[in-house]
Design a protein around this ligand. Structure first.
Ligand SMILES: Cc1cc2nc3c(=O)[nH]c(=O)nc-3n(C[C@H](O)[C@H](O)[C@H](O)COP(=O)(O)OP(=O)(O)OC[C@H]3O[C@@H](n4cnc5c(N)ncnc54)[C@H](O)[C@@H]3O)c2cc1C
Length: 339
């Protein structure tokens, strides 16, 4: 039996800790709850918004309609052979617990994505990535439920149209499906991705030449804890902007002017420039504007020092975008979903 509540404060349900309400709110713990919630929304002609851990959203106003908080949990190995295992995580499961489970099973592929906030079900939405790995690298398929018809559909990697911090669920199918579970295909033999510079440097510093899975998890934990603000202490939603991708031509003209500019090759033949560097060069790193600032250790993260409202965050984001455009002639794009 589900319990639809009215006018619920969402402060505890978003990592920016913004005080906004949901017109209607329900927590679902199994597929029956979910189906009942979908039927309720249909009968009452209410739109649906799916909420995971609230770690990639900026709620700028009351959310109209029914907010469905996904707490459908569980994870298991559903198939394996000598080389691979297929592991399924239910959408409401904690992403970090899911990665930890795969590491404990001695499975290779998700270790670089340890300690990313949020739920398994949200991971495909922006094709989460960190330290040289993206979800798409190990993605097998996902099961989703159409919010209009209630029908279940399996999406392959090709169906999801994954790209850098992007998928079909941020575009054509935005808000149309509830991601019920995600299956990843992990290797049973070591195949580490250690190309990302900070990871390589840290392993070398610790004199680890033949790492095991736990070594990688420990190093990632330490790097993340040293660089990223804990939303429990300093509310934030991770990177506010995506890194920018520019053409070879634009890149060359910028490099002439800024020879020290960091960059790396993108999958799609474009050049990726760390937006944190652009923001820092524009003078915003650690600079505080009232209750908000761009984080002192990582300029890409916008933090709420307490009591900020969505308008304070949006105003700073706008200032940063303008300044970066003025200095470099490029446009920053939000990674956080503004609601
Ligand atoms: C400190 C910090 C560090 C971070 N580091 C990284 C990082 O390294 N790499 C990275 O990629 N991200 C990072 N993030 C962003 C965030 O953790 C991820 O985007 C995460 O996948 C969001 O999960 P969530 O459950 O909190 O999603 P939410 O914020 O609840 O939702 C995000 C979007 O997904 C939709 N959604 C959520 N669940 C479902 C579902 N089951 N079905 C359909 N739609 C759904 C929501 O409607 C919303 O549009 C970081 C965030 C923080 C706070």
């Amino acid at each position: 039996m589900i319990k639809i509540k009215e006018n619920i404060d969402l402060t505890p349900f978003n990592t920016f800790r913004l005080k906004q309400a949901a017109e209607f709110f329900v927590i679902v713990k199994n597929v029956q709850d979910l189906r009942a919630a979908i039927i309720w929304a249909k009968e009452n002609k209410q739109p649906i918004f799916i909420l995971g851990g609230g770690s990639n959203i900026l709620i700028s106003q009351k959310i109209k309609g029914l907010v469905i908080k996904n707490e459908i949990k569980g994870m298991e190995i559903i198939d394996k052979n000598d080389d691979y295992a297929l592991v399924e995580g239910k959408g409401g499961e904690s992403w970090t617990k899911f990665v930890n489970f795969t590491v404990n099973q001695g499975l290779y592929g998700l270790e670089n994505l340890f300690l990313i906030y949020g739920t398994v079900g949200a991971a495909p939405i922006q094709n989460i990535g960190a330290y040289g790995v993206e979800l798409k690298d190990v993605f097998y398929h996902l099961k989703a439920i159409n919010l209009k018809t209630g029908h279940e559909k399996i999406f392959s990697a090709a169906d999801c149209l994954f790209a850098y911090r992007d998928s079909i669920f941020k575009n054509k199918l935005k808000g149309k499906y509830f991601i019920y579970s995600v299956v990843v295909k992990l290797s049973r033999k070591p195949n580490f991705k250690l190309t990302y510079a900070p990871l390589k440097t840290e392993l070398a510093k610790r004199k680890i030449t033949e790492p095991c899975l736990r070594d990688i998890v420990n190093v990632i934990t330490d790097i993340r804890n040293s660089k990223l603000p804990n939303p429990g202490v300093l509310p934030n939603a991770g990177s506010y902007f995506k890194n920018i991708e520019i053409s070879e031509r634009k890149f060359k003209s910028l490099l002439k002017k800024y020879p020290e500019m960091p960059y790396f090759q993108s999958d799609n033949k474009k050049i990726k420039i760390p937006s944190g560097w652009l923001i820092e060069q524009a003078g915003f790193k650690g600079k505080r504007f009232g209750k908000v600032s761009m984080y002192e250790k990582q300029a890409l993260i916008l933090v709420n020092h307490g009591g900020a409202q969505a308008k304070d965050i949006l105003a700073l984001a706008e200032k940063v975008k303008k300044a970066v455009n003025k200095k470099f002639g490029v446009d920053l794009v939000e990674e956080v979903r503004v609601i």
